[in-house]
Design a protein around this ligand. Structure first.
Ligand code: DC
Length: 231
């Protein structure tokens, strides 16, 4: 794609552990765009809630989470080693702490809170104001940027997704079982699709990408063809 082309917004939505972030990051690197992982923002709020007593024994105290929102400042800073931005909460880098199973188990409940979504959606819209962004999440093509020039809805077999997440966590040294991960993937699919506010759904004008059997390179070829076709 020519870099002279007008910058666009690429919205990537879909199920958890589909490789959305890996894909979005690769597209952003290819186009010289900014990559924004909105799931990291919901995870950062969840981590903060866990660390400040708003979630106890897996039970989320919604009023307490809303109260805490006033003291949460989320920022991103580019990390050249990762080739992506790290997320910070009140100046602390939390990138390494937001992908634990504990956060994963509570994040759907936290992301179902209206005030949480309101705050984060506003931030996301502001970050995409000048276009040239690839944003991944659950409601990017439907709520955050309903006018995005390219919308992709990603899906993959839940077993394939669980295996990918398992490999990722065990490579980091986390002790987890494949069954536990698969259950978490299925539970989050259900919760993300059935919450009252901004449930996960495919935008009418989104193109579906099922990457169960695709390599990242094959996905890149697929998306570059679609971007070229926009012009
Ligand atoms: O993409 P992820 O698995 O890191 O996202 C974590 C959770 O955050 C996911 O279970 C649903 C929620 N989420 C959301 O509700 N809206 C978004 N735009 C992104 C994530």
């Amino acid at each position: 794609m020519s870099t002279k082309q007008n910058k666009i917004i690429i919205a990537i939505d879909g199920y958890s552990s589909c490789g959305k972030s890996t894909f979005a990051k690769a597209i952003a690197a290819r186009l010289g765009y900014i990559f924004i992982d909105t799931g990291a923002m919901y995870r950062a709020v969840t981590l903060y809630a866990l660390e400040h007593g708003a979630i106890r024994s897996g039970i989320v105290d919604e009023d307490e989470v809303v109260r805490l929102l006033k003291e949460i400042q989320i920022t991103f800073r580019f990390n050249p080693e990762r080739g992506a931005s790290d997320i910070y909460v009140n100046g602390d880098r939390v990138e390494g702490k937001i992908r634990t199973i504990e956060v994963s188990n509570c994040v759907s409940a936290v992301s179902a809170i209206a005030e949480v979504r309101e705050m984060l959606v506003k931030m996301q819209q502001e970050m995409g104001r000048r276009k040239g962004v690839v944003m991944d999440g659950r409601d990017i093509g439907t709520v955050v940027f309903p006018d995005a020039e390219l919308k992709i809805f990603m899906t993959a077999d839940p077993k394939v997704r669980a295996q990918r997440r398992y490999d990722e966590l065990t490579a980091k040294g986390d002790k987890v079982s494949l069954e536990e991960i698969e259950q978490n993937v299925r539970d989050r699919d259900y919760q993300d699709m059935h919450r009252a506010i901004s449930p996960l759904r495919q935008a009418e004008d989104a193109i579906v990408l099922d990457n169960s059997q695709m390599t990242v390179e094959e996905q890149m070829t697929w998306v570059m063809e679609r971007i070229a076709a926009l012009n």
